[in-house]
Design a protein around this ligand. Structure first.
Ligand SMILES: O=C(O)CCC(=O)C(=O)O
Ligand SMILES: [Fe+2]
Length: 340
């Protein structure tokens, strides 16, 4: 089996891995309060192969099928570390050896310092999502059950995580219910306010996938909630296989993330990638560089450029978080921590 990362140099400088955001998206809360951080080759190929094998052959917990509201299958998921109750309390279960022994992902993620100020100082929960080529996840926010940080390890395929800005509703007139046939699942349209074309916000929901579902084996996407988002992503983050992406603080709170249902990413998609400088693979970097170059020259979408297209393969994502409230067994149950 390959090397482990127990010899990671310490201290780890998370700041070295910060993704620089386009100027217009930097908000008043400032970059020091969190951000997006990207670390290529966080795990080795041996570790990746081992994790894929363990997760694919896991019988418990069973895969759950994530559906959209019209019942169409989106992706499969499983969770480790326990179940989160409707009142956002974790009913804990031990993490599997493949997260705490080999590879010791919990320790490796703690080593990044991303969870230093969370309740447990490390993640205690992991959601595993599986996406076949062409599958994705609608834009959403991860919600209030967790310390505001998520650490995502990608296995077996790259993807583009599309980042949407939440909108302060008071700034934009409401115009519900219309759709424009864009990639939005919820409906959206461009409206003109004053001199500026702005994006009509689109209702979003919190991530409620972890709440116990009445339907055994299936779970539905969240219903639209009070918050709204812009229809088009501000930018995308390219996640290479074996990479770690950390979303923390204001980046966790002020943006939504989603994955478009595409089988391949074309230059017009790659031109939105903002973590070019931090990518690990030279071929990938070259494609993004060329796509972005085309962008600045106004030649976006040269679809004939087959060598610039990145085909998506089946991808597993491991999303680690710290559920801050944890049930203390039966007494926690009696005290009402768990909704029945
Ligand atoms: O697969 C990913 O990278 C994103 C998954 C996600 O957003 C989630 O599990 O909440
Ligand atoms: Fe998410």
């Amino acid at each position: 089996m390959g090397e482990t990362h127990s010899d990671h140099p310490r201290p780890f400088h998370l700041e070295d891995h910060r993704i620089k955001l386009p100027q217009e998206t930097v908000t008043a809360s400032g970059p020091s309060r969190g951000g997006f951080y990207y670390i290529p080759d966080f795990i080795t190929e041996d570790e990746e192969a081992y994790l894929v094998q363990k997760i694919s052959t896991a019988s418990q917990p069973k895969w759950k099928v994530l559906q959209n509201r019209s019942g169409r299958e989106l992706c499969r998921l499983q969770y480790w570390g326990g179940q989160v109750s409707k009142s956002n309390v974790l009913i804990p279960q031990p993490m599997p050896d493949f997260f705490v022994k080999f590879p010791n992902l919990i320790e490796m993620i703690s080593g990044t310092t991303a969870f230093d100020s969370s309740a447990h100082g490390e993640p205690n929960h992991c959601l595993v999502n599986e996406y076949l080529p062409g599958q994705g996840i609608m834009p959403h926010e991860d919600g209030g059950a967790y310390f505001p940080a998520v650490a995502t390890i990608s296995l077996s395929s790259h993807t583009l995580l599309d980042i949407y800005k939440l909108v302060d509703k008071s700034e934009v007139p409401s115009n519900p219910g219309e759709t424009n046939g864009s990639d939005s699942k919820e409906g959206s349209e461009k409206v003109r306010v004053g001199d500026e074309a702005v994006t009509q916000p689109t209702a979003v929901g919190e991530d409620t996938r972890l709440s116990p579902s009445k339907n055994e084996g299936t779970t539905t996407l969240p219903r639209p909630g009070a918050r709204s988002r812009e229809a088009e992503p501000r930018f995308s983050i390219l996640q290479e296989p074996r990479s770690l992406l950390i979303t923390k603080g204001h980046a966790y709170r002020e943006y939504l993330h989603g994955i478009a249902e595409r089988k391949q990413d074309r230059p017009s998609d790659l031109s939105k990638v903002i973590n070019l400088d931090l990518l690990g693979d030279e071929v990938t970097k070259d494609k993004v560089r060329q796509a972005r170059g085309q962008d600045s020259d106004g030649k976006v979408g040269r679809e004939g450029g087959g060598d610039l297209v990145m085909e998506r393969d089946t991808r597993l994502s491991l999303t680690f978080r710290d559920v801050e409230r944890v049930s203390k067994g039966f007494s926690g149950f009696l005290s009402g921590a768990v909704k029945r």
